[in-house]
Write a protein that binds this ligand. Structure first.
Ligand code: RRO
Length: 315
């Protein structure tokens, strides 16, 4: 047996859609504008994921609203996006890149989601990722922390959406919550889970100036980057063990190196999204991580992403 295969297959398939590589942007990271989306198309990204879209264009929260620090990032962007009309017009032009297009859908109220899903159907994205976990809209709690509200909304979306739908979840910190969410998502029949969104409502300070570092919500914001990796891996693993046979997992959170991608795959992810590292390093991050992931797979004797998925050993 060849333990050191030369050709490594980084492709993956989610809900029957072929992705040339398993790495893509996390919604929100360098995917708001037309230029951002075309850059993702031209890059080594295995898919183009849009910023979460709402019925109206939004400029988002006041700045400063994104700060990276050693170990991670804090953001309170506040859902800045072009509005679904603009994305619906942009999506067909992105077809030239021959990679899947994932439309991320958000809203401030349930009817926003339904309106966006209905309109975006016409643009024929390959998948829809329903964002149940934006932590940064003052006065609007993350839907993903309300099981019944999530189920009500997803059932209505399921009946309207033409492409397969997945959900972008917030982190959960207790197995009871993973189980309840997994049961509900199975009842609804979603095709994939993206786990996790940023860890909501963290606080980062500048001790020297004795101030918070971002302006919205008194400095509270979503935490991303390296320091959230254990939380992300735990959520990927928990959902993989509960529903991995029928719902695929896209791992997001704490990915900076090929080793981090490999760890998400071992936990059960079928693909991996880049957030903070993409914001900090731009689209060049995809090529580096692809190389580093290949090195890890080769070193560990795997010839494909599919082969190592879920292979984490327990003691
Ligand atoms: O725009 C944001 O503030 C934002 C969103 Br929609 C999200 O889902 N996650 C995040 O960390 N920020």
């Amino acid at each position: 047996m060849d333990n050191f295969p030369n050709s490594i297959d980084l492709s993956t398939t989610i809900a029957g859609v072929y992705f040339p590589t398993c790495l893509m942007n996390a919604s929100g990271a360098r995917c708001v504008t037309q230029q951002d989306l075309h850059r993702l198309g031209e890059s080594h990204a295995g898919a183009i994921v849009t910023k979460s879209m709402t019925p109206q264009e939004r400029s988002g929260n006041p700045e400063p609203r994104y700060v990276s620090f050693p170990g991670g990032s804090i953001n309170s962007m506040g859902l800045p996006n072009l509005g679904y009309h603009a994305y619906t017009e942009l999506i067909p032009d992105l077809r030239v890149y021959n990679k899947p297009i994932v439309a991320s859908i958000a809203g401030l109220k349930p009817s926003d989601f339904l309106e966006a899903v209905t309109a975006v159907n016409d643009a024929k994205p390959d998948l829809m990722e329903i964002n149940l976990s934006c932590p940064n809209i003052p006065g609007k709690p993350q839907i993903g922390y309300d099981l019944h509200a999530s189920e009500d909304l997803l059932l209505k979306i399921r009946d309207r959406a033409i492409p397969p739908i997945g959900v972008k979840l917030p982190p959960y910190f207790d197995p009871v919550h993973h189980e309840a969410m997994a049961d509900m998502l199975t009842r609804v029949g979603v095709a994939f889970i993206s786990a996790i969104n940023s860890v909501g409502n963290g606080l980062v300070l500048d001790a020297e100036t004795e101030t918070v570092v971002i302006k919205p919500k008194g400095g509270f914001g979503g935490i991303g980057g390296r320091i959230i990796k254990p939380v992300a891996l735990a959520n990927v693993r928990a959902f993989y063990k509960l529903v991995g046979e029928h719902i695929q997992i896209i791992g997001t959170g704490g990915v900076e190196t090929g080793q981090d991608v490999f760890e998400h795959l071992l936990c059960g992810a079928s693909a991996v999204q880049l957030g903070t590292v993409l914001v900090n390093e731009h689209v060049e991050a995809f090529e580096r991580l692809e190389r580093e992931l290949m090195d890890w797979l080769r070193k560990k004797g795997y010839s494909s992403v599919a082969e190592c998925r879920g292979k984490l050993k327990e003691l």
